[in-house]
Design a binder for this molecule. Structure first.
Ligand code: ADP
Ligand code: MG
Length: 699
């Protein structure tokens, strides 16, 4: 073989016999580009076709696979412009029917006399009919999956065994794909180089890789399939954890230029000025961060802690440490309002100690902006606060050493890297209140050190949550009034499906007007929304903070980070439109002081998923439990996707189901990297190669 040719497993699927450019393009949409991709392309489910049921025996209400003959078929137009294809089908035991809505093309595909496989649920009420060809009689399946059999030799691939059913996109045919993959598995799986170290594989009792791949596509039994799947998932998770462990190990080999004076006049003065004592958890986390700053290699740490636990003050201590060491620090927040709030808190605590800070806000006058950029470039501004505006090219620092990213899940990987790129090996702290279940944290942040604040400051009032119906509005307003009468403040959150929609905005402002004029004339009500100018928003927030506004009607922009301790009541309109994580963030705006707080949901939603979400939300205020619930409800794909970590796409492993494997893979990866950081040992050569390819995998 000429050296320029791709190794057999890396050859493009396009050149495999029977594929060609059009099919290759379809396969590429499913993530299958090379022969190796195809071998790892996992079925969506399996059907046990070793023994098919008959129409007579098949239990109603359950999923069954039937092998039947098409006796007659019809295509009709029904109410609402929909189409209905109905086939009457039969086997030796009786007759039945299958119907499909809005798939008129099926009428052409079904030929009378042909044999087909149907997979679906038998309608509970349907009874087996007599063995005759009366249309509409007997058992019925609604929208079954359909597979044509042609009676040829090849049918043995599709019947008489446990058959894989692959995820498809439009235009790709199940039988065609099954045949293609069966061919490739037969021909090429033997070429797969097992990257799992042999002793490990043997210890777990796992089959060699080629055999596991064969089981994946053509299971000999469900037990064997489960073992093979575990082995393959572990292999994939191991690659992921190796990539993360290596990244982490490499970061530890870097040396940063900055040194810190951790205990000094500024940090001491800050401690004295604090109106409260740090909690044990805050002290511990602060120690962990300071330990990082003290090391030669840069800090790369995630600070997580539920809403209101007090992450900000930990950050302020680190900023003080940087300032007393003559270094610059940058704080990036996802919204203007949060950046302004941080700027205010930082100026309030550090300003009197002589630390100069500057906010790079939107909408600054050009001269003012130039001045601030100048202060950043000259090093005169010790602490710089801003939104993603901080990563703009024209923002240059004199001696940036510490980078803090708040609510980091709101930023993409690239944005974080850009900010860090403005310094030479900076110390990086990322903070999040979006609670992440441990398994996900391991998947996503295996390269970060993690610190967790797991306690709230003492004396916090309890937050209760109530779910009210539209019909209970009077009761709702009475509850709000009770809080306002005590001198507390409140939020009314009014979701705009689209920030830019004027219709929705009008609804929110009508709401604000209604509340002011008809419901709460005795207090000041104001509207805050995303389309306002930054300066206007900030003025409103300030007025709210100072207690000049009692009730703030707002779109979701109050979501992250805002801290107005006197606010103790929140009404959430249409809570069913929010995800659990968002609801939790919203509710986190109240209950930030000693006053008991009260979160009121107004919803008549009858939709199952929404009900289950809201129910969970009413039952607990524990962010980690809600996150677990969210994960179970929606699966990790969406969570991971939302968090913009697209650079790996797990093909076989599922971090919800495979938690134990994930932990095991993480330990194994750490052990391997500790022993052999670059994976140079011959025993792990295959692993090293796989890892290189894994890194290139399209996200
Ligand atoms: P988050 O972790 O959600 O960012 P913040 O840092 O905004 O929370 O803190 C929430 C509130 O708790 C703030 O008003 C802050 O001043 C207050 N706080 C923080 N730490 C303590 C503490 N140890 N004791 C009392 N109050 C605290
Ligand atoms: Mg915060």
């Amino acid at each position: 073989m000429p050296v320029t040719q791709a190794p057999p497993l890396q050859r493009a699927i396009r050149y495999v016999k029977g594929v060609g450019p059009a099919r290759a393009a379809q396969l590429a949409q499913m993530g299958v580009v090379t022969v190796e991709d195809a071998l790892y392309f996992a079925p969506r489910r399996y059907e046990d076709r070793r023994r098919l049921s008959t129409l007579r025996e098949a239990p109603p209400g359950e999923l069954v696979t039937l092998r039947v003959q098409v006796l007659a078929r019809s295509l009709r137009r029904i109410r609402g412009g929909r189409t209905l294809v109905e086939a009457s089908v039969g086997d030796a035991s009786g007759v039945g029917s299958a119907v499909w809505f809005n798939q008129p093309y099926l009428a052409q595909q079904l030929r009378v006399g042909e044999e087909v496989l149907l997979y679906g649920r038998l309608e509970p009420g349907s009874r087996p009919g007599p063995p005759s060809a009366r249309a509409g009689a007997g058992r019925q399946l609604i929208h079954p999956e359909l597979e044509h059999l042609d009676g040829g030799e090849e049918d043995s691939l599709h019947t008489g065994r446990i058959v894989p059913v692959y995820p498809l996109i439009a235009g790709v045919n199940q039988r065609w794909l099954r045949r293609l993959l069966a061919g490739l598995v037969e021909q090429d799986s033997g070429l797969l180089d097992d990257s799992l170290p042999e002793p490990l594989r043997a210890a777990k009792g796992w089959p060699p890789l080629p055999q596991a791949i064969r089981e994946l596509h053509a299971p000999s039994s469900f037990e064997a399939l489960e073992i093979a799947r575990a082995r393959l998932a572990f292999g994939e998770l191991l690659l992921l954890q190796l990539a993360l462990a290596q990244r982490r190990a490499r970061a530890r080999h870097k040396t940063k230029p900055q040194r810190y004076q951790l205990d000094g006049p500024l940090t001491q003065a800050l401690r004295q000025r604090l109106p409260f004592r740090l909690t044990d958890a805050q002290e511990r986390v602060l120690r962990e961060c300071c330990g990082d700053l003290d090391r030669r290699h840069p800090m790369y740490r995630l600070l997580q802690g539920d809403v209101g636990c007090g992450k900000t003050i930990v950050m302020v201590f680190l900023l003080a440490a940087a300032a007393q060491s003559g270094a610059q620090a940058a704080v990036m927040a996802p919204t203007e309002l949060l950046a302004e709030q941080h700027a205010r808190v930082i100026a309030g605590l550090l300003g009197p100690l002589g630390v100069s800070s500057t906010l790079l806000a939107q909408g600054l006058a050009p001269a003012e902006r130039r001045e601030r950029l100048q202060a950043i470039a000259s090093g005169e501004a010790a602490v710089v606060i801003g939104t993603h505006a901080l990563i703009q090219q024209e923002v240059a620092f004199k001696r940036l050493a510490l980078v803090v990213i708040d609510e980091q899940h709101k930023f993409g990987v690239v944005q974080r890297a850009r900010l860090a790129g403005k310094a030479q090996e900076p110390d990086v702290l990322v903070m999040t209140a979006t609670p992440i279940p441990r398994t996900l944290a391991l998947t996503m942040y295996g390269d970060l050190d993690i610190s967790t604040i797991d306690e709230l400051p003492p004396g916090r009032g309890r937050t209760t949550t109530q779910w009210l119906r539209e019909a209970q509005r009077d009761e709702l307003y009475a509850l709000v009034r009770r809080e306002l009468a005590k001198g507390r403040q409140g939020y009314v959150v009014y979701p705009l499906i689209e920030e830019r929609s004027t219709v929705a905005l009008r609804a929110a402002s009508r709401m604000a007007k209604h509340l002011q004029q008809e419901i709460f004339p005795e207090v000041k009500v104001a509207l805050l929304h995303g389309q306002m100018k930054p300066a206007v928003k900030e003025r409103l927030m300030q007025a709210f903070l100072r207690g000049q506004i009692q009730l703030l009607v707002s779109t979701v922009i109050v979501e992250v980070g805002l801290d107005v301790p006197n606010a103790s009541v929140m009404v959430i309109e249409h809570p069913e439109r929010f995800g659990l994580a968002q609801l939790h963030q919203l509710r986190g705006r109240i209950g930030r002081s000693t006053y008991p707080a009260c979160c009121l949901l107004v919803s008549d939603s009858a939709e199952d998923a929404a009900r289950s979400r809201l129910q969970a939300f009413v039952e607990t205020t524990d962010g980690f439990r809600l996150a677990e619930h969210d994960l179970a409800l929606r699966g990790p794909g969406e969570l991971l996707g939302r968090m913009q970590h697209g650079w790996w796409r797990l093909r076989l492993a599922d971090v919800t189901r495979d938690r134990a494997l994930l932990e095991a893979a993480r330990q194994e990866a750490q052990a391997l990297i500790a022993q052999d950081p670059d994976l140079r040992e011959p025993a792990v050569a295959a692993l090293r190669e796989q890892l290189a390819r894994f890194r290139q995998r399209p996200g």
